[in-house]
Design a protein. Structure first.
Length: 92
């Protein structure tokens, strides 16, 4: 999913040869998580999606009402869509 890749990049991750890496200007640091490209479970796992929401929250970027509204539904699909929408607007 392209949106999962978008989220991974927002989180500072990249995938090389099926392994997730944290990236910085100089090097790549393996997370020790093997994934089947391009699968990242942001759209199916709260364990993956919630750290993204926490990072968005730490940005102190307004408005995040769409994400808050989606979280209140407790539906991961709605929340995932709101996160993707936020990142797309943030990247512009």
């Amino acid at each position: 999913m392209n949106d999962n890749k978008l989220i991974a990049e927002f989180m500072g991750l990249s995938i090389k040869e099926g392994v997730c890496y944290y990236t910085d200007a100089d090097d790549m640091f393996p997370m020790g998580i093997e994934v089947e490209e391009p699968y990242l479970p942001y759209h199916t796992s709260w364990d993956w999606l919630m750290p993204v929401i926490e990072n968005i929250d730490h940005l102190q970027y307004e408005p995040i009402k769409g994400i808050e509204d989606a979280l209140s539904t407790r539906d991961i699909g709605d929340t995932y869509k709101a996160v993707v929408e936020f990142i797309k607007k943030y990247n512009k």
